[in-house]
Design a protein around this ligand. Structure first.
Ligand code: FES
Length: 201
């Protein structure tokens, strides 16, 4: 018997490229602005440790197109000076990188112990039922993608949902529908993350 509730990962291995990327993608190059940001960032590392800039390089690439194609990964590899397989290893490890298009808002529901004990499974199910999708899928409007992830480092604010790069704390299952409606209508202004300086006294 496990403490952990049965929250299966998406069967399609949403994050995992599994060496079979969904599309090669059009030719990829950084915009001039992103190239300048990369060139500046990579200077922070010794020349023989350029691989340390892979995460930053991938964030820039994903920020341009919304997800990472094989062409984008090859480009990042050329910028870093490593193999495309090494870049793909990083992409397939971290849940914040996507290898297919995602919605405007990526709802990352934490499924680890603290959040699980406070109803994360029901939060995820409520989101899925409301949007008519399963974890790993995007709703028909292209607004929301549901992902289940491991601990996001805010266990005292469980159940935690990370929306793109920001937190929404203590989301109760019964509040999910209203939360989605408000997020759709008002955008990130509805998020409650403590880092957004919205904590109540
Ligand atoms: S267990 Fe959910 S944020 Fe840590």
């Amino acid at each position: 018997m496990s403490f952990h509730p049965p929250m299966d990962y998406a069967p399609a291995k949403f994050h995992k490229s599994a060496r079979h990327l969904p599309e090669d993608g059009r030719e990829f190059v950084y915009t001039p602005e992103n190239q300048a940001r990369f060139d500046e960032n990579v200077k922070r590392y010794p020349p023989d440790q350029r691989k340390s800039a892979i995460l930053f390089a991938l964030y820039l690439a994903q920020g341009q197109d919304g997800y990472l194609t094989a062409a984008a990964m090859r480009y990042v590899a050329s910028q870093i000076g490593c193999s495309a397989a090494e870049v793909e290893d990083v992409v397939s490890y971290y849940t914040m990188f996507f290898t297919r298009p995602v919605g405007t808002y990526v709802l990352n529901v934490c499924r680890t112990l603290s959040c699980a004990l406070r109803g994360a499974e029901r939060v995820s199910r409520e989101i899925a039922d409301t949007l008519g999708i399963k974890p790993g899928e995007t709703d028909a409007s292209g607004t929301f993608t549901l992902v289940e992830v491991e601990c996001l480092g805010a266990c005292d604010r469980a159940p935690l949902v990370m929306v793109n790069d920001d937190w929404h704390e203590c989301l109760k299952p019964e509040d999910v529908r209203r939360f989605l409606d408000e997020l759709r209508a008002r955008g990130p202004a509805v998020l409650t993350g403590c880092h957004l300086d919205k904590e109540k006294a």
